[in-house]
Design a protein around this ligand. Structure first.
Ligand SMILES: Cc1cc2nc3c(=O)[nH]c(=O)nc-3n(C[C@H](O)[C@H](O)[C@H](O)COP(=O)(O)OP(=O)(O)OC[C@H]3O[C@@H](n4cnc5c(N)ncnc54)[C@H](O)[C@@H]3O)c2cc1C
Length: 418
């Protein structure tokens, strides 16, 4: 039987393991935490089938100035960390140019268009149906000019990728969301996405499915990965050393750290985000407040407000200024109670400078495979990239062209190889 160690039990790792297991591989998933307790736990829970184009960096002067001067709530910068981010950010900026972004979007759309189907296939084996709504989510706009521009942009996306939406005028939005105190200029209702009321519970359901299908989960340290003496790979776990023919790196934002030990210098834009729950809100579907860069989503633990991107050092203390601003803006739209947790949750979006995940073979290490860098949509894309990776590992014909996701793009040589 062919065998693999999957490092990382987030959406990427658990789904890759499930697809390998379904090909009769012997699979062990290794994580220092319980499955799905890191980034895949704290997101906005939207399976974003409408996000056919990856999240580009703004390039217009007005947006850049708003970010630089702290007027935008989309991005919060710690200036001291800028030198650390600059190399990856510059490449991100370059790849966000419209002509390049259009080409990259073709690859992204090929995966995103399979996001719902690949989730649905996995969900079929779980009891997660009650966690999921299939009615989309909304993007709220305050000004008429912004709303008109959003409609034009949504029409372009619909014409290009076939993604359905409905434009809601203020009256229609007020009917759809009667608890809103201000319907602004209305909202774009993306109709196809699914929304999950407890992302951690969906992760637990997928991990449980993996266990029922014969996969194994063990606690362990990914950074103990070494080539095994007998060939293949070895990792230290709470159950003792585990060896397998293949290893998969699915450590989300921690993946470059591990790969540096194997001589790969992988640039990543690490976008920290925050969330907090609030009691007593009566929102029907998740709502993104486009002017203030946050999402509020009705969840099992209350109204979850998630923030945009904070660029800071990985170990920097929490500075949830975006969350404070988001809460103030949200209170202008909706009545809700106090924060549920004393401290906000924080996690990091693992964004590649060309906005596409790395899926495939590590260039210089036989039997080492990569599945990370899902950026803003890893909760959406985990099953789609897991299927692609498993097909490549098993030598099957991939269901989408894997070329846009080849690891060689960002696996340059680090200075000291392990
Ligand atoms: C605020 C916010 C909102 C978001 N909203 C959405 C959304 O609505 N929809 C969407 O599609 N995406 C969303 N995302 C993005 C999405 O959450 C991520 O892209 C996705 O969760 C990444 O999954 P992953 O499996 O790659 O990483 P993770 O879920 O972080 O998994 C990596 C795993 O590796 C483990 N690990 C790391 N280092 C080690 C080590 N040394 N030893 C052992 N284990 C280790 C970690 O414990 C973790 O379990 C959001 C992200 C944020 C921050």
């Amino acid at each position: 039987m062919r065998s693999a160690i999957v490092l990382g039990a987030g959406m990427a790792g658990v789904c890759a393991a499930l697809h390998l297991r379904r090909r009769q591989w012997d699979v062990v998933v290794v994580d220092r935490l319980e499955p799905g307790r890191a980034t895949s736990y704290g997101n906005a829970g939207i399976i974003q089938s409408e996000a056919a184009e990856p999240f580009a960096m703004p390039r217009d002067l007005a947006s850049l100035l708003a970010i630089a001067t702290g007027r935008s709530n989309d991005v919060h910068f710690h200036w001291a960390s800028l030198p650390r981010h600059a190399p990856a950010l510059l490449r991100y900026w370059w790849n966000s140019a419209p002509a390049r972004h259009r080409v990259l979007a073709q690859g992204y759309a090929s995966l995103i268009s399979n996001a719902i189907a690949t989730h649905e296939e996995l969900m079929r084996g779980t009891n997660a149906a009650g966690l999921v709504r299939r009615e989309g989510y909304r993007v709220f706009h305050r000004g008429a000019a912004d709303m008109a521009q959003a409609i034009a942009e949504a029409e372009r996306v619909r014409a290009t990728y076939g993604v359905p939406f409905k434009a809601l005028d203020p009256r229609a939005l007020a009917v759809a969301e009667p608890a809103l105190k201000d319907a602004g200029a209305g909202a774009i209702h993306w109709l196809a996405p699914w929304t999950v009321s407890n992302p951690g519970a969906l992760m637990a359901a997928y991990a449980d499915l993996l266990a029922r299908e014969g996969g194994r989960f063990v606690h362990g340290a990914a950074d103990s990965l070494t080539p095994a003496a007998a060939g293949g790979w070895r990792v230290e776990t709470a159950d003792g050393p585990v060896e397998a023919e293949h290893a998969v790196v699915a450590l989300g934002p921690w993946s470059p750290e591990l790969l540096r030990r194997f001589g790969y210098a992988v640039p990543m834009v690490r976008k920290r985000g925050y969330h907090r729950h609030y009691a007593g809100a009566a929102l029907d579907l998740p709502l993104m407040d486009a002017d203030n860069g946050y999402v509020m989503a009705p969840m099992a633990d209350g109204l979850r407000i998630t923030t945009g991107a904070e660029l800071t050092a990985p170990d920097a203390p929490l500075t949830p200024v975006q969350l404070t601003r988001a809460e103030a803006a949200a209170r202008g739209l909706l009545d809700f109670g106090a924060g549920v947790e004393a401290e906000p949750w924080t996690g990091v979006r693992p964004c590649m400078p060309d906005m596409l995940p790395l899926v495939g073979r590590a260039p210089r290490h036989p039997g080492l495979w990569l599945d990370f860098g899902h950026g803003h949509q890893g909760f959406t894309l985990g099953p789609a990239t897991g299927l692609l990776l498993a097909q490549m590992m098993a030598g099957e014909r991939p269901y989408v062209d894997p070329a846009p996701f080849r690891p060689e793009r960002w696996c340059g040589a680090a200075r000291a190889a392990a």
